[in-house]
Design a protein around this ligand. Structure first.
Ligand SMILES: CC(C)(COP(=O)(O)OP(=O)(O)OC[C@H]1O[C@@H](n2cnc3c(N)ncnc32)[C@H](O)[C@@H]1OP(=O)(O)O)[C@@H](O)C(=O)NCCC(=O)NCCS
Length: 405
């Protein structure tokens, strides 16, 4: 492979580096608009390219995120724009870029890398484990009654996108800080990634709308959505497409969803990127009608096991030694004692043995250790170790990331 792997040195190089991912989205070159947006939220030096002559034939970058994990927040690399041109595929370009990116992440002191995968076969070999689920719904509006009496949960107002950030960002932050898998959003992120509404994002649906619900005197929930009206012989067949609905209390959740489910003209309500434990499942009189379906969400890679495990909280029920196999980042390999008193390398006999990807799957709380053992992803070396691990890693909330980055 005569490719040179190095980070971008300028905005111009960054634009080259995202050329390969733009190719897969059907563009010969990335648009100026997309490149400019990206540079506002990702420094050029965090994007790697595989260079051949003056051309980038592959790209791989990482947003500098602050990720919520059970019990805390941690700097983390949000891996993105991964692509290698079809002319250079399967010659090791992704592997080489991933090597450079994870080494730099480690050197920078970011203990975790995480991503959304377009194909679930790509990233396990680099130590990423499936770490959250994402759900979608497609609900006929006439079957959207809630269980129990209908109660008022506040007042909803439509807010112009230009004025939305100051209202919605604090709500998002209240939820993000206590939800593993969510990351803090900077003002630049809100402006270029969430509240801006360029034509290419609409995919044939309506303008982005922002509704804010006030409950007990303050903004408590918001919904970003698009109207997609349609009629056949005068009968409505269109849908509301919910882009993101975030609520800071159970009442606010009920209120903002009642608003979305009651919009006239719409036959259906569609939403993606919902959490596995969404309250809608229990709010609805007919949960079956949600058409609630699941797929993989985030994939997590512990880049520095000691630092990543130390920032996470554990239930106070002793400790456990886990023997970790990590071929791609060998500094992690070996036995780690994990518990509420801390995390340390040890020579003691392990209770469990697993690949680092299994640790990624357990980290945010998506899977219990017993579940992973039933799928042969972890080996119990001492009787009772799985039960201790399940108790230690128990979480209050399913991990959730409401946004593909
Ligand atoms: C996915 C992609 C980046 C892989 O790049 P690549 O340079 O061909 O990958 P590499 O040659 O470095 O492959 C490394 C390993 O991953 C495997 N691999 C790569 N892509 C794979 C895929 N899509 N499915 C299964 N295995 C894959 C290779 O076979 C190789 O395996 P090995 O280590 O056992 O030999 C490239 O195919 C691509 O750009 N795909 C379209 C865009 C995309 O899906 N990007 C991911 C966004 S999340």
């Amino acid at each position: 492979m005569n490719l040179v792997i190095r980070p971008c040195a300028s905005a111009v190089e960054l634009k080259h580096a995202i050329g390969p991912i733009a190719h897969y989205f059907g563009r010969s070159v990335p648009s100026e608009d997309q490149a400019e947006r990206l540079i506002r939220v990702m420094p050029a030096e965090r994007v790697y390219a595989a260079w051949e002559g003056g051309h980038a034939v592959g790209g791989l970058g990482a947003f500098p995120f602050l990720l919520t994990v059970p019990g805390g927040r941690v700097p983390a690399a949000g891996v993105t724009v991964a692509a290698v041109l079809p002319t250079h595929r399967r010659r090791g370009a992704l592997r080489a870029m991933m090597r450079a990116l994870l080494d730099a992440t480690h050197a920078r002191g970011e203990p975790i890398a995480f991503l959304w995968a377009t194909e679930d076969t790509i990233y396990g070999r680099f130590g990423f484990g499936l770490a959250s689920f994402t759900a979608e719904i497609d609900l006929p509006r006439e079957r959207s009654a809630f269980h129990g009496p209908s109660l008022s949960s506040g007042h909803v107002q439509l807010v112009p996108l230009g004025a939305a950030e100051q209202l919605v960002a604090p709500i998002y932050e209240r939820v993000a800080v206590e939800t593993p898998g969510m990351f803090a959003r900077s003002s630049a992120w809100w402006q270029v990634r969430v509240l801006d509404d360029p034509e290419w994002r609409r995919r044939g649906t309506g303008d982005l709308q922002c509704a804010v619900l006030e409950h007990e005197g303050r903004p408590a929930a918001y919904a970003l959505y698009r109207m997609n009206p349609a009629f056949q012989r005068g009968i409505q067949t269109g849908s509301v497409v919910v882009v993101e609905a975030v609520a800071a209390s159970p009442e606010a959740t009920r209120g903002i969803w009642r608003y979305l489910l009651d919009i006239d003209w719409m036959a259906r309500v569609r939403a993606e990127l919902l959490p596995l434990d969404h309250p809608l499942l229990l709010l609805m009189a007919e949960p079956r009608r949600l058409g609630f379906s699941l797929r993989d969400g985030l994939w997590v890679r512990l880049v520095d096991i000691k630092a990543a495990m130390a920032v996470r909280s554990y239930q106070a029920c002793g400790s456990l030694v886990i023997d970790v196999i990590d071929e791609f980042c060998p500094w992690n390999a070996g036995c780690w004692r994990v518990g509420s008193d801390g995390v340390e390398g040890t020579d003691e006999a392990p209770g469990l043995r697993c690949d680092v990807s299994a640790l990624g799957s357990a980290y945010l709380g998506a899977f219990t250790w017993s579940q992973m053992a039933r799928a042969l992803r972890v080996q119990e070396l001492r009787a009772g170790a799985l039960a201790i691990a399940d108790a230690l890693f128990r979480v209050k909330k399913a991990p959730w990331c409401p946004e593909i980055f």
